[in-house]
Design a protein around this ligand. Structure first.
Ligand code: FAD
Length: 471
């Protein structure tokens, strides 16, 4: 079967270079060992590690799983300094070996899975908070820093990251910028690619003599969400926001339409909310609720993170919107799982733990959302379970949707995608390999130009930037 264009791939992209031969990899390894004996390198002698460090969470997609499960690096280099990153980049450029960056490997679309072998560069050791400007609260942080650790480092100064994924505890900030899109905080701050969320990048090029570049906000745009195809990020400049001890709230609704109307109304309110997640009753049943929050008894659940000041108004408002406040607790006093680890793709994670044969989609719903959801429910019934997230899109409150989808094969998935699009939903397809197909669907000439400038031999993460393959 050929690809269903722009929908789901059934093969790896055409035009990929062959994996380097073993002799080339052995020469590259020997050279690195001689010049940088302190650099940690893993080869085929540790096959389990090589496999582990070549994977992410692509198994959420039954489309990607068969394509990616056999793909792995021939060598992993674990860098802990920019000098080591430059040494690996130089060696790959000299030997013509593909180079794929890895943060923590929590991506969902095989972004960090090498499609033609070569070297995986693990940046987890490059993890220092280099600078916190006391005047602006702008931070400069190395790319491999874990976001949870960064939160802990910023807390004493009363600051926090604006946006974090639900994998905040395990994912790196460089991987989030290169591979993520938004998450907790998107209700206030929009998405990572919105102007103002990334202020600058330090980038290493892949050339025989690699350059270490400092890019400003504008220069960084083409590398923001480019899967590390057009430069190795070694440090990032980011704005921070005030740290708030968010109050976690769970509200129950017996009626789906009332729950949806409440999600819409709260997203438009002047209450300070950092996230808003709506789970249909079946999805709510599958979640591991925080300690002290009882499990659902068949109701739909609205999960909120609210500023303490919002608590004067919120409980009464929830009641007037037809809901019932079931539980609340400051995040700092959380025991067991935190509420922010039930939303975004953690909903999918918890659901899949109990439900074989399910996958998901990512949509931005048209406004008003009700008719699109009702029609999809009419056509697809119990094959879809609803999970909505409040976001800010181009400055306006919107609802994104990560429905849980019963897997019924590629053709049915393509039909579902077609239905969603024809009803006005915008799809961020999690079943595709390229930057473009997972995003706006179109080639971004600036991303391709940045690749030509920073990776002229096309060695970085081959196959993931469609604009480069098709140029
Ligand atoms: P990786 O998976 O290691 O890499 C991601 C991409 O970035 C790859 O293309 C890699 O090559 C590239 N890359 C990594 N580091 C660098 C670097 N230094 N230089 C250049 N390129 C680099 N995503 C969201 O956006 N929001 C969510 O709420 C969210 N929730 C999730 C929940 C679950 C349960 C799971 C499994 C995933 C979720 N994700 C989410 C996806 C993923 O966790 C995040 O995008 C995360 O930030 C990726 O970081 P990472 O360090 O794991 O990156």
């Amino acid at each position: 079967m050929s690809d269903l264009p722009g929908v789901v791939p059934t093969a790896l992209p055409a035009g990929l270079p062959p994996a380097p031969d073993d002799a080339t990899i052995a020469r590259l390894r020997a050279e690195l060992a001689e010049q940088h004996p302190e650099l940690r390198v893993i080869g085929t002698e540790a096959m389990a590690d090589l496999n582990r460090l070549s994977r992410d969470f692509f198994a959420y997609s039954p489309v990607l799983e068969p394509l990616l499960q056999g793909q792995r690096a021939q060598l992993v280099a674990a860098a802990s300094s920019v000098e080591q990153v430059m040494a690996v980049a130089a060696a790959c450029a000299r030997h013509g070996v593909p180079l794929t960056c890895r943060g923590a490997g929590t991506g969902n679309y095989g972004q960090c899975v090498p499609l033609c072998g070569g070297v995986v560069l693990d940046l987890g050791g490059l993890n220092r908070l280099r600078h916190h400007d006391p005047a602006t609260d702008v931070i400069t942080v190395e790319a491999g820093a874990l976001m949870g650790e960064l939160e802990r480092q910023l807390a004493p100064a009363g600051r926090a990251l604006r946006l974090v994924p639900s994998t905040v505890r395990s994912a790196s900030i460089g991987g989030f910028i290169a591979g993520g899109s938004g998450g907790i905080g998107s209700l206030r701050w929009g998405f990572l690619r919105d102007p103002g969320n990334l202020l600058g990048l330090e980038v290493v090029t892949v050339e025989p003599e690699p350059r270490r570049l400092q890019l400003d906000a504008h220069g960084s745009e083409p590398l923001n969400h480019a899967y590390g195809c057009n430069g190795i990020l070694t440090a990032l400049r980011l704005p921070t926001c005030e740290a708030v001890d968010w109050v976690q709230l769970v509200a129950g609704f017996g009626d789906w339409d009332a729950a949806l109307a409440a999600a819409q109304a709260l997203g438009r309110s002047a209450l300070e909310l950092n996230s808003l997640c709506l789970l249909e009753d079946d999805a709510a049943l599958a979640m591991p609720w925080p300690t002290g929050c009882s499990g659902p008894a068949g109701e739909h659940r609205l999960l909120l993170l609210a500023a303490p000041a919002a608590m004067e108004v919120l409980p009464g408002l929830i009641t007037r919107l037809g809901g019932q406040l079931l539980w609340s607790q400051p995040q700092s006093q959380s025991r067991g799982i935190a509420l922010r680890e039930l939303g975004w793709n953690h909903t999918t994670l918890h659901w899949r733990a109990d439900h074989d044969g399910w996958t998901y989609l990512q949509l931005l719903l048209p406004q008003p959302e009700g008719p699109c959801l009702a029609e999809l429910r009419r056509r697809w019934g119990a094959a879809l379970v609803w999970h909505l997230e409040g976001v800010r899109h181009q400055g306006a409150p919107r609802l994104a949707c990560l429905p849980l989808v019963r897997w019924q094969g590629v053709e049915r998935l393509a039909q579902l995608i077609d239905d969603c699009r024809s009803l006005g939903a915008f799809l961020f397809n999690p079943h595709v390999l390229s930057v473009e197909d997972g995003g706006l669907g179109v080639i971004d000439a600036d991303q391709v130009a940045a690749k030509a400038a920073h990776d002229p031999a096309g060695l970085l993460n081959p196959g993931k930037l469609r604009g480069w393959l098709e140029r």
